[in-house]
Design a protein around this ligand. Structure first.
Ligand code: G3P
Ligand code: CA
Length: 268
């Protein structure tokens, strides 16, 4: 199979820890993936962007404001865009205190640090290329780093999905390394789906846009590897919604509260 992120033998969707176990530790940090591992989740999701000096870092927002103390450390550098700061500057920031004093001093991880930690934890990665239009060439750069870290070796490819809201970015990843499993974030129309099947293995929509019929229409198509398209729904954080979305037949659920979703699906 291209990926382990598929419904298991008993039809229970795979649960993926969104930005790590981000309800219990600061999102997109090493403690967040450690927390996911501790809770028993192998699949984690993250967001990758690029610094002013070309380093790949793991952070969700286009700016550093919400999840770090950048405003305090670098007053006068508004609007604190990730791409306007060097990796050394970002390494000085506290990415944990905004969440809880317990996590004071936690750093924004570089993608390399992040990959090494999830490798250590024996985890699997749903990697989102975030805001690719801001970072020309980020796909090639990301794949180069993944390759250097051994993640593009054949036996490891089942542990990796690369996704983006940008179809161009997903297509670029597929063209650079066709063996990688890719995902498109969104709820494409039937016409759009046909175009996406040339380079996308998964369709990953917001759960609110889903129906049983839509999921079936995705499953009826085949991706670039000749297998049926799969579907991961985001971001489901309560039991009732988890059960409803699982009933639509999705292959996976991306959640900030993966433990709640797992319990709701009876896979505990
Ligand atoms: O993986 C799905 C989800 O992460 C997409 O939305 O804004 O949380 O990156 P966002
Ligand atoms: Ca994301």
């Amino acid at each position: 199979p291209p990926s382990d992120a598929r419904a298991g033998e008993h039809g229970v969707p795979t649960v993926i820890a969104h930005r790590g176990a981000s309800t219990y530790a600061p999102e997109n940090t090493l403690p967040a993936v450690d927390k996911a591992a501790e809770l028993g989740f192998s699949w984690v999701e993250n967001d990758v962007q690029r610094t002013k000096d070309g380093q790949l870092v793991v952070l969700h927002d286009e700016t550093l404001r919400r999840t770090t103390n950048a405003e305090e450390v670098f007053p006068g550098r508004a609007p604190w865009k990730v791409r306007d700061f060097t990796a050394a500057e970002i390494a000085r920031l506290d990415a944990g205190s905004w969440f809880s004093p317990v996590y004071a001093g936690v750093r924004v991880p570089t993608l390399k640090e992040y990959m090494r930690r999830i490798e250590h934890n024996h985890q699997k990665l749903l990697l989102e290329i975030k805001n690719p239009e801001l970072y020309p060439g980020i796909e090639q750069q990301t794949l180069k780093l993944l390759g250097n870290e051994g993640w593009l070796d054949g036996r490891h490819l089942g542990r990796l999905i690369v996704q983006s809201f940008s179809a161009d970015s997903v297509r670029t990843v597929h063209e650079l390394k066709p063996a990688i499993v890719t995902g498109y974030l969104g709820t494409p129309t039937a016409a759009q789906l046909h175009g996406l099947t040339r380079f996308t293995d998964l369709i990953n929509p917001s759960y609110g846009s889903l129906s049983r019929g839509y999921v079936a229409s995705v499953h009826a198509l085949h991706g670039p590897h000749g297998r049926p398209l799969e579907l991961l729904a985001w971001t489901v954080d309560d039991a009732a919604t988890a059960r409803k979305v699982a009933g639509y037949g999705v292959d996976g659920i991306i959640s900030n509260k993966p433990d709640v979703v797992r319990a709701a699906l009876g896979s505990d």
